[in-house]
Design a protein around this ligand. Structure first.
Ligand code: CU
Length: 126
């Protein structure tokens, strides 16, 4: 009777230790943790404006000061990103090329494409 009880307890303990070891060593949980950290660090700092079908999307973007904004050209013709007050100015961007600018000073930044001046956009920095 007593011997049977001891045996049962130790079997339960071995089972519990095995579960803990599996959780600690699981590569899946480690990768998941890393991906979460990377996302949390990158997300607040980057904002993207897509150039597609001769327009900027979103046309107006509001970001906190210190944010880097990246424009990427998804059209099959070249476009530029030029601010009205010349705070920033890209070269001609071919398909899938991008241009980035970091906005440190709060304000409203109107910009356009110098190749197609009817293409306009606005970045509002708070
Ligand atoms: Cu253009």
């Amino acid at each position: 009777m007593r011997r049977w009880k001891t045996k049962k307890n130790s079997a339960a303990n071995v089972f519990r230790i095995a579960i803990l070891a599996t959780a600690a060593l699981s590569p899946a949980s480690g990768a998941l943790g890393q991906r979460f950290v990377a996302t949390a660090e990158e997300k607040p700092k980057t904002n993207a404006v897509t150039i597609d079908n001769f327009s900027f999307a979103p046309m107006q973007l509001e970001v906190p000061a210190g944010t880097q904004v990246t424009w990427i050209n998804k059209d099959d013709v070249p476009h530029t990103v030029v601010s009205l007050d010349h705070t920033f100015k890209s070269r001609a961007l071919d398909t899938d090329e991008s241009f980035s600018f970091t906005f440190q000073t709060p304000g409203t930044y109107e910009y356009f494409c110098s190749v197609h001046p009817k293409m306009t956009g606005r970045i509002i920095v708070k």
